[in-house]
Design a protein around this ligand. Structure first.
Ligand SMILES: *Cc1c(COP(=O)(O)O)cnc(C)c1O
Length: 240
């Protein structure tokens, strides 16, 4: 992407480039320690609450995948930055109405956690031929049902529902490690759930796990997608 005239030149002094390089280095170290290749890993930079200009700087530094968790904000940024050809991952909780709108700009929806949200991606009479998106079933690894994600015992039924839409390509499972407890143990549980999902849909091999503070543990437990925000972007502005 170097020299692309659509992209701004990056101010080296802002530290973004250094932080991105440092995270990439630490991901590579984790892959090496786990005997895995970095080529198996997709880095999704979480840009929620940050301005579109930051996403443009990240693209100039070679970032191809970004994650957003609020519909209105994601929609506006994706429209403003359409020239960059980025892959937009939706990682936040959705309601069915927002989901129907998100499918117009998102490429990947990582937060499929309820039948009503899954069904919102299915064809309707008004939209018989919607875009096909990649999807992850989000699993709740905590005991708190208020957190995002379907309970582990509900995963199989939701997977069947995703497959039935015909408009979601199931890529695998996604989770956030609980705040209390060992992230590695939580990611090991997610890996076991991923094995079960693959017995239903052999193509659903991906595991989205690992954030700024626990990406090494996630890589050790087979993550294919890392969702990293603050370690790269710096402190997030407050939620708008
Ligand atoms: C905000 C967010 C992240 C990124 O978290 P950091 O700690 O900033 O890396 C990852 N996943 C989800 C679902 C998020 O909402």
């Amino acid at each position: 992407m170097a020299g692309d005239p659509r992209l701004p030149s990056v101010d080296q002094s802002d530290g973004l480039e250094a932080r991105l390089a440092s995270v990439r280095g630490s991901v590579a170290d984790a892959a090496r320690a786990a005997g895995r290749s970095v080529d198996e890993l997709t880095l999704v930079v979480v840009t929620k609450y940050h301005p579109a200009s930051l996403v443009r700087e990240l693209a100039a530094l070679g970032v191809t995948d970004v994650g957003e968790n609020r519909h209105q904000e994601a929609q506006a940024k994706a429209a403003e930055l359409a020239d960059l050809g980025l892959t937009w991952h939706f990682i936040g909780q959705l309601q069915s109405k927002k989901a129907r709108q998100a499918r117009r700009y998102a490429d990947v929806v990582q937060s499929l956690d309820r039948a009503s949200v899954v069904d919102a991606f299915a064809p309707t009479e008004a939209e018989p031929d919607p875009r096909v998106l990649d999807g992850f079933v989000q699993v709740n690894l905590t005991d708190d049902p208020g957190r995002g994600g379907v309970a582990p015992e509900g995963v199989d039924a939701l997977v069947e529902r995703v497959l039935a839409t015909g408009t979601l390509r199931l890529r695998g499972v996604m989770a956030v490690a609980p705040l209390d407890g060992e992230p590695r143990a939580a990611f090991a549980r997610l890996r076991a759930i991923s094995d079960r999902v693959r017995s239903i849909e052999p193509g659903a091999t991906d595991i989205s796990a690992g954030m700024s503070g626990d990406h090494a543990e996630a890589v050790a437990e087979g993550a294919t997608h890392l969702r990293i925000g603050t370690a790269i972007t710096g402190k997030r502005p407050d939620a708008p």
